[in-house]
Design a protein around this ligand. Structure first.
Ligand code: GLA
Length: 387
């Protein structure tokens, strides 16, 4: 994660806007990335997740324009403008980063909302493909700009669903709703307990600093894409398990013993991860509500073990980061996000944070892996208009 201040990033997005399109934008919107504290691969199983918003994200400077085209320029992508005509816009026509904002416009227009031409300039201080939901941040920042500029009667929860539709049906990644809800609904110094069946979120206090703790986000520098096959295969295995058990979703299984009816061992392991993960989320949320942040470590680590051994979505750099962090004094550590690459989080006593970061960095160096990017993160406020 880079260290641009929000103000600096806002100015930089405005500057890019003026350079590309001339004049001033009508507004600037910001959406953060997220870390999921716990509750992985539970969202599309209608279960529970507990994400928080980061203090790094995506800034979008935007204005309406007369032609029925969205122009998109991003500082991280070389700054050249890409023109996306809205008439005839359909899945498959836009590739790369521009597919996320274009997909939101497509999803809104498909539902009858009047989104028309816009000029958009993007700047970000959030690593892409690091498992911190840079895609949801981009969707939600541009989505908020569309809602404000075209005065769309849409709530934040509804906008989250349009972001998901963009990702599922336009980009082609079969993801759940957690990331967009996290980005749009999280509050400062809180995690958000999401019930992914009702899409309801409840803020739970997560003030690590007052508890004498730190949360490290360790970007392992292994990139991932959820439009690749692994994520979709996990999703299908979960749906098969629910179907074989005669339930609407794995959310409805609350006792692992019920899984013994599954004959296929791989399907059983996938389902066991989801069922136990839902229980861990609720236990972590209960500990946080009781002010016992210091007790959640073993649950975080158990989540990692389950993702590694039952769900098979971990990767060697993540396993090494977790193992080394725990050995250097972390209270708990786990991969975060969909897996196959991305980031690990470690909960440490504040006084051990540096030692944990150093130990992880030296293991990566010893293994000949690119140096991980390690930052101390704090639960921050969700998406908003900056000007
Ligand atoms: C990705 C998806 C989310 C969720 C996580 C795994 O981040 O976008 O919807 O499924 O993976 O918890």
């Amino acid at each position: 994660m880079l260290r641009a201040t929000l103000n600096g990033m806002e100015q930089s997005a405005v500057q890019l806007f003026s350079d590309r399109y001339g004049g001033e934008p009508e507004g600037v919107w910001y959406a953060p990335g997220r870390v999921n504290l716990i509750g992985e691969h539970t969202d599309y199983n209608e279960g529970f997740a507990l994400p928080f918003a980061l203090g790094a994200g995506v800034c979008v400077a935007a204005a309406r324009r007369d032609r029925d085209t969205i122009s998109l320029a991003s500082r991280q992508q070389g700054g050249a403008a890409i023109a996306v005509p809205l008439t005839g816009l359909a899945p498959g026509l836009v590739r790369g980063w521009a597919a996320y904002p274009a997909g939101v416009a497509w999803a809104l227009r498909s539902a009858g909302h009047q989104v028309a031409g816009m000029n958009i300039a993007v700047d970000a201080d959030l690593a892409m493909g690091a498992g911190l939901s840079s895609s949801a941040a981009l969707e939600c920042a541009t989505g908020l700009a569309m809602v404000d500029l075209f005065r769309l009667p849409i709530s934040r929860s509804e906008l989250a669903a349009f972001g998901r539709r963009a990702e599922n049906d336009f980009v082609g990644a079969p993801t759940g709703l957690m990331d967009q809800l996290a980005v749009l609904l999280c509050e400062q110094q809180h995690a958000l307990l999401l019930d992914c069946r009702s899409a309801a979120g409840t803020s739970v206090p997560l003030d690590v600093a007052s508890a004498g703790l730190a949360l490290l986000a360790i970007d392992t520098r292994v990139k991932h894409e959820h439009s690749d096959g692994g994520y979709g295969a996990r999703r299908r295995a979960c749906e098969k398990a629910a179907q074989d058990l005669g339930e609407r979703a794995l959310r409805d299984i609350t006792d692992v013993r019920m899984l013994s009816k599954l004959d296929d061992l791989v399907i059983l392991r996938r389902a066991r991860h989801v069922v136990t993960e839902n229980q861990r989320v609720l236990q972590v949320a209960a500990q946080l509500s009781a002010g016992r942040t210091d007790r959640i470590g073993p649950l975080l680590t158990a989540s990692h073990v389950s993702l590694r051994d039952d769900f098979d979505v971990s990767w060697p750099e993540a396993d090494a980061a977790v193992e080394v962090a725990l050995g250097a004094g972390a209270l708990g550590a786990r991969m975060t996000g969909g897996g196959f690459g991305g980031s690990v989080i470690a909960l440490t006593p504040a006084r051990s944070a540096q030692a944990v970061a150093d130990a992880v960095a030296s293991r990566f160096s010893l293994n000949g892996w690119p140096a991980p990017a390690i930052a101390s993160v704090r639960p921050s406020q969700g998406a908003r208009r900056l000007r």
